[in-house]
Design a protein around this ligand. Structure first.
Ligand code: BTN
Length: 265
């Protein structure tokens, strides 16, 4: 494998927008945090940050993202869509579709693999990739969105801390072979650009259709977590609608929707 650096990533990158400016670091606390700061100082749409390792990689819900060197992908991409802030959560689903298509190209068809609401990529019930989106608003509109993506690529079982082994996996563990991080990241940027443009041009319906095709929860019994403002819901997941909400058939209480939050199934 070539050494993982800015040149090896930009050579062969087939995009116009995502990756138009690449910031590569051997190590960072967090690529999301770095790109957020760059965005505040005017970085252009399409800029990406990549690190070979992170010392304080951020997961959803305040969790840490395991980020050792030399093995995985940690990257963040900047978009500045002209849209109401209320629509920004849909971008996470746009990126989940892009991430699914990317990983699908590197694992075989017979491995059970799909999206768990809203954006976890699971292979055989364990997580191989995740997305953390962070945004800044300008009044009621989006100023910018940082989409952070972590993919466990060449981790071996023994590389994963014992407390994560039952929930985390990697492409190497699932396929038994190493994959090129460059090839995956190039495909990832290509797919993010493709689906982001699709959303801007044609609205959310094509994204909802793809997300529902790739979902591993549709038709299954799920349970949402309670929050300070919403009660927990139990029911059958019916997929996302054209507004990016997850529909849940609760039976006696009718169809409920959620726009964010965790689920179990
Ligand atoms: C999750 O909890 O599922 C989201 C994980 C997101 C991790 C990525 S790694 C690159 C980017 N930088 C971060 O600090 N987090 C995201």
């Amino acid at each position: 494998m070539p050494s993982y650096n800015k040149d090896s990533i930009s050579t062969g990158l087939n995009t116009r927008l995502i990756g138009n400016k690449i910031h590569f670091f051997e190590t960072l606390p967090s690529t999301n945090e770095k790109l957020y700061k760059l965005a505040l100082s005017g970085a252009k749409e399409g800029s990406v940050v990549i690190a070979d390792s992170q010392s304080a990689g951020k997961g959803r819900l305040g969790r840490r993202w395991f980020s050792p060197e030399g093995k995985n992908i940690y990257t963040s991409a900047l978009v500045r869509p002209d849209m109401p802030a209320s629509e920004a959560p849909r971008l996470t689903l746009v990126c989940a579709v892009a991430l699914h298509e990317t990983i699908a190209g590197f694992i075989s068809n017979n491995i059970e693999f799909g999206i768990k609401w809203p954006n976890d990529l699971l292979t055989r019930s364990r997580k191989c990739a995740g997305i953390l989106t962070e945004m800044k608003n300008k009044r009621q509109a989006v100023d910018f969105v940082v989409v952070g993506i972590g993919i466990n690529v060449n981790l071996k079982q023994s590389d994963i801390p014992a407390d994560l082994r039952h929930i985390a996996t990697s492409l190497q563990i699932e396929t038994g072979k190493e994959s090129s991080r460059e090839a995956i990241i190039q495909k990832l940027y290509f797919n993010i650009e493709k689906w982001y443009k699709e959303y801007l041009q044609n609205g959310f319906a094509p994204i909802a259709k793809a997300w529902n095709n790739y979902s591993i929860i549709n038709g299954k019994q799920i349970k949402t977590s309670a929050s300070s403002s919403v009660d927990a819901q139990k029911g059958i997941a019916m997929g996302v609608n054209n507004d990016g909400e997850l529909l849940i058939d609760t039976g006696s209480a009718g169809i409920k929707t959620i726009t964010c939050g965790e689920i179990d199934f």
